[in-house]
Write a protein that binds this ligand. Structure first.
Ligand code: UP6
Length: 261
């Protein structure tokens, strides 16, 4: 397993990424992933300092940023280490193994160098995971991915049992690299795979472009979520820090009650 060296009480210990994620959640009492869908990386950096103590993960779409630079993304990575949250690049890879390998490591973004986790469609078959896992071995830090099993949008073609079954099989086969799912229901009985659920909002039921929302409690209880992925509910609120804290508290309370952890 790839490992990360973390200084704890002057002892350097190695922690694989799945375990690190679970430790972060417990230590910070947070199952909140902020989906920082902003187009300015400077603004994301400032926001990450504001909500850093409330979140277990920060999710970005680097290809919507107008001011991306490797220097700035390094700053964000440093903040993620300081506040102890993971960085997820929501790249939604969907191509053949060789192409995703290049998309993951090359180009302007060099995602593998800074993203702890990436999201992956399994549409091309298991070769996509093989390509990414191979590429991740070029980096001396733990890397992992979340397989997109189900989507939150209306009419998603992932609403197909055979497809979802295939995704779960793929996760089991590559469980060193695949640490969980983007999902809308509980897909496995073990706690091995983290279920990350987008489409969470306390005040809205959807947007104008097919997004569908449930509340944090519904996401955990009815949709099987471990991690709540929350974007505009926090980003569009008047006080982002306060709203993030509310989602953290409500989310973790429901998580403890329902998952009995
Ligand atoms: N996302 C979904 N649904 C999925 C997968 N991913 O909404 O099935 C992502 C979107 C966005 C975030 O790309 O970044 O989660 C949700 O944002 P919102 O809370 O503002 O709707």
């Amino acid at each position: 397993l790839p490992t990360l060296n973390i200084e704890i009480e002057n002892k350097t210990i190695s922690i694989p990424i799945r375990q690190r994620f679970q430790t972060i959640m417990k230590e910070k009492r947070s199952n909140l992933c902020l989906s920082a869908d902003l187009t300015n990386l400077d603004e994301i950096i400032e926001l990450s300092k504001l909500v850093g103590s409330n979140i277990c993960m920060l999710k970005i779409h680097s290809d919507i940023l107008t001011d991306f630079s490797l220097d700035k993304i390094q700053q964000l990575k440093d903040i993620s280490r300081k506040f102890n949250f993971l960085l997820l690049e929501d790249r939604k890879f969907a191509d053949i193994g060789n192409t995703v390998k290049l998309q993951y490591t090359k180009g302007l973004f060099r995602i593998v160098e800074w993203a702890d986790l990436v999201t992956v469609h399994v549409l091309p078959g298991e070769c996509i995971v093989q390509g990414l896992e191979q590429a991740a071995q070029s980096i001396n830090e733990p890397r992992g991915c979340l397989l997109i099993a189900q989507m939150s949008s209306k009419g998603a073609f992932t609403d197909n049992d055979d497809y979802v079954k295939g995704v779960v099989e793929c996760a089991k086969k590559y469980s060193d690299f695949v640490i969980g799912f983007i999902s809308q229901s509980r897909l496995t009985t073990t706690d091995k795979f983290l279920h990350c659920t987008p489409g969470v909002h306390l005040n809205n039921t959807g947007d104008q472009l097919g997004q569908q929302y449930v509340t944090p409690r519904q996401a955990i209880d009815e949709r099987g979520a471990d991690i709540l992925i929350v974007g505009r509910a926090i980003l569009d609120s008047i006080n982002r820090a306060k709203t993030a804290e509310e989602y953290q508290q409500q989310g973790y309370q429901a998580y403890e009650e329902i998952r009995k952890i």
